[in-house]
Design a protein around this ligand. Sequence first.
Ligand code: LLP
Length: 437
Amino acid sequence: YGTQTINAKGHLTIGGTDTVELATEYGTPLFVYDIQLFRERARAFQQTFEQQKIGYQVAYASKAFSSIAIYQVAAEENLSLDVVSGGELYTAIKAGFPKEKIHFHGNNKSEAELRMAFEEEIGCIVVDNFYEIDQLKKLSEQLERPMNILLRVTPGISAHTHDYITTGQEDSKFGFDLNNGQADKAFAETVHHAFLKVMGLHCHIGSQIFDTAAFRMASEKLVKKMAEWKEQYEYTCPVLNLGGGFGIRYTEEDQPLAPSEYVKEMIQTVKTVSADAGFDVPEIWIEPGRSLIGDAGTTLYTVGSTKEVPGTRQYIAVDGGMSDNIRPALYGAKYSSLLANKANAELTKQYTVAGKCCESGDKLIEQAQLPAAEPGDILSMFCTGAYGYSMASNYNRLARPAVVFVENGEHQLVIKRESYEDLIKQDVSYNPQVTRR
Ligand code: LLP
């Protein structure tokens, strides 16, 4: 992946830095991000739009990995930003991210979150439901402030992916249904509002999608709907946001297309359908998370105990687990790995890589082909950059790992490892006086 190589010591390197040295310096578990790869991924999306000569925004879906430092790199790369909570929005503002390029998502934004969006004058709010429309009308009138909005719809297309992460089918908690009049009603309720400016439609049809058909179908349905509204209301929506969801390669079983291929097909469809419908080609916005940051991230762990279940399997346990990467336990997600300090050694063993959490399901990799492992070896697990750290927890009161960025032979700490002190910092001692009768 990206800038990874093996150096003369037989150690895995990323971004020109020796991962074994990183493990020594920062400790493990450690998230290492190949920032050059993140930049390349961003530029590949942007260049595709440039080549196809179409207005666009590429928004980084920061739920995949949110931190001040990554927001700063995203800003350097001229990305827009998708945030889904007051917490992500706050982090983006603290990072100095250009506010006019922030898009705010979520199916149950609180009044305080919406107020913050108005006060910070962010780029747009992606509206999810009728309750939110009411809240937005009240707030914008009360504050006398304008706001760009996109209407999120569910087009009724199910992309072939894991059930838990399919959000485009009809029975979804997200968005207005495009096929039963809900979306039309949402448009009618907002199009003439004094402060809300309807920019267009949004959909996100799922995550880790390999095939372009669902994107094409969604593009077609949404453009047709916007063309219909143009006829009916003489109002042209200038933007079509097609979400994220482009698949990446975790293991050899995964065969995604190049990110640019998905985008090319979308653009083609949007151009054709717009021309047929006599509709001005809208700007296309996308919001990839995983395909920007997923393969840029690698987790380093230290191998500790081992256990043999004779005739069945050999476990090796590492110093993290479902607390820093819940995806194997939650989705059955598969990953590939290497012993970073024995990167050239022959793969003579098959191990199950277990985490250290008190739960039998805490296995990171079912079948890892590795050299013979010993305590102290550094295991690198690849493609953990998306939804790893961002879904991490303190289960078992494990401290969240540190995060470092590597690029051009340099490394820098961007999230500190949590300490025991951090783990108890929100705790308040029990006071027996309070409940004494
Ligand atoms: N836009 C919207 C509205 C989304 O809901 C999502 C992801 C994205 C963009 C970015 O999707 P991506 O390009 O990263 O696939 N925790 C799961 C993934 C959940 C995705 C939720 N929404 C996982 O670890 O696989």
